[in-house]
Design a protein around this ligand. Structure first.
Ligand code: ADP
Ligand code: MG
Length: 469
């Protein structure tokens, strides 16, 4: 039946849309007169419903008759949990809204000593977000050490010398994702271990409440029975002497009993002002690894992963454009993808270069900045040991000819100037000199690693990405 449906749909929509929106669909079953199809994501389902209801209706009418119905089953988190099917597209019937996202109950168990006594009978919540996994944490040069140390800890918590494991790095670079991935991994492989994720802010609040309610002992006892303690954003403990003291005792107890401690911070331990020295020295017992800004390739991989998770296909050129334009951190990159998908579905448009440009216009300004001849001269003078007079002058010395040719090459790449005008900026050289320079540098880039590296650096200086021919 589904094959027949596809045949009909193919006549209704264009090739590209068919490939993007219909090929990924998996037919699940037919029961009575209801066909159930599986779609990769919520976004995917909404898109189909908004844009292709008529094509779908037509196909269902043709194959199952006017009474025919279509149900969607949406894959959530790699298919290990599924939303109940959503019925829709019945004539004259509005589609039902998707089921609400389940909210975690607020933590209460360690607020009162009485409840603490019942701990054994309670289902212990780790406060981990199951979405954070190693599978969807894209590896790159920027995070290799942290990721592999994290994996080692996840496989053998408390046993490796990475105890504590301290992950640090700027905002939105994946600290929370990585440390929670460790927790999720341990929970799924060693279910007897009590894993707890807690933000430092929450830890401080719990501590303050414990003091206020006279339940400090219960608070400490609770933390001392944890097998894997994951404390996020420890920089938040800075200046909070009493909380640090309490954490110090918990830390020592856990560490001595071979329990694993994992922490994150927005800066390296040495820069954690307001943190007690004895605590800082403990942090150094294990391994400290940083997360850096993702490079271009990693950004591409991250975008692809996100799109894949949502079942969306977009052209490589659009992906490259996004990776090129957003190089601050992963959270922003994700934000851009999400708003792109929102724009697409609001305006009922495919995600193409045009839409990407319009969407990004409001977000990325810097990238559109024009690069001028003066900018290029400045950069060349800063990167090489030459002066403006050298560049414009007649010298044939290698140390000067090379930077001069690189300058011409960059002007050809970054400005819209005709070759003749470029030559003019170099003491009135003619356009064939510029052509020669551009050719020469192009050849060197492909054959000489050192030259390639220098050019990459200059591209980076201008926030541009060199796309290979
Ligand atoms: P931080 O805690 O360092 O501020 P997060 O862990 O909250 O950053 O990461 C921000 C977002 O970016 C999250 O949605 C996370 O899933 C995503 N993210 C970060 N690094 C990666 C990566 N290497 N691969 C895939 N997603 C990532
Ligand atoms: Mg975080």
């Amino acid at each position: 039946v589904w094959a027949k449906c596809l045949e009909i749909i193919r006549q209704e929509v264009n090739e590209q849309s068919f490939k993007t929106w219909f090929e990924p669909i998996v037919p699940l079953r037919i029961q009575h007169n209801t066909l159930t199809i599986q779609v990769p994501s919520q976004f995917f389902y909404e898109w189909l419903e908004e844009n292709y209801v008529h094509a779908l209706r037509k196909a269902i009418d043709y194959t199952l008759g006017r009474q025919g119905m279509l149900e969607y089953s949406i894959i959530v988190d790699k298919g290990d949990r599924k939303n109940p099917p959503i019925a829709l597209n019945v004539p004259n019937q509005k589609s039902t809204t998707p089921p609400p996202v389940q909210r975690r109950p607020e933590p209460t168990i360690y607020e009162s000593p009485f409840q603490l006594k019942d701990l054994d009978s309670l289902e212990l919540d780790s406060y981990l977000n199951p979405h954070y996994a190693f599978d969807n944490f894209v590896e790159g040069d920027c995070n290799r050490l942290g990721r592999s140390a994290g994996l080692a800890v996840a496989q053998r918590p408390g046993v490796t010398s990475f105890n504590p494991l301290m992950i640090y790095g700027g905002v939105g670079l994946g600290k929370t994702h990585l440390i929670q991935a460790i927790g999720n991994y341990i929970k799924s492989t060693q279910s007897n271990k009590f894993v707890l994720y807690v933000s430092s802010e929450k830890f401080v609040n719990q501590f303050i409440n414990a003091i206020r309610n006279n339940t400090l002992q219960a608070f400490t006892n609770f933390y001392m029975q944890i097998d894997v303690l994951i404390l996020d954003d420890v920089q938040f403990l800075a200046g909070k002497e009493k909380t640090q003291e309490s954490f110090f005792h918990i830390f020592n107890h856990l560490h001595q009993s071979g329990k694993q401690i994992i922490m994150s911070s927005d800066r390296p331990p040495r820069d954690l002002a307001g943190m007690q020295d004895r605590l800082l020295s403990r942090f150094k017992w294990g391994l400290t690894a940083d997360l850096q800004q993702p490079d271009f390739e990693t950004r591409i991989a991250i975008i692809q992963k996100k799109l894949q998770a949502d079942g969306i296909y977009i052209k490589d050129e659009v992906i490259e454009y996004l990776a090129h334009s957003v190089d601050t951190n992963v959270r922003e990159l994700e934000g851009v993808i999400v708003s792109l998908m929102a724009h697409a579905s609001l305006n009922r448009r495919e995600i193409d270069m045009d839409l990407a440009r319009t969407t990004l216009k409001n977000i990325v300004v810097d990238n559109e900045k024009e690069i001028t001849v003066d900018n290029i001269f400045d950069a060349i003078i800063a990167h090489f040991d030459v002066t403006m007079t050298d560049l414009k002058g007649k010298s044939r010395k290698k140390e000067i000819v090379f930077p001069r040719q690189v300058a011409m090459y960059l002007m050809k790449e970054f400005t819209n100037l005709p070759l003749k005008s470029i030559g003019y900026h170099f003491g009135g050289r003619d356009h064939s000199t510029v052509i020669h320079a551009v050719q020469n540098i192009s050849v060197l880039i492909d054959s000489d690693k050192d030259v390639e590296g220098r050019i990459q650096k200059l591209y980076k200086h201008f926030n541009r990405v060199r796309v290979r021919a």
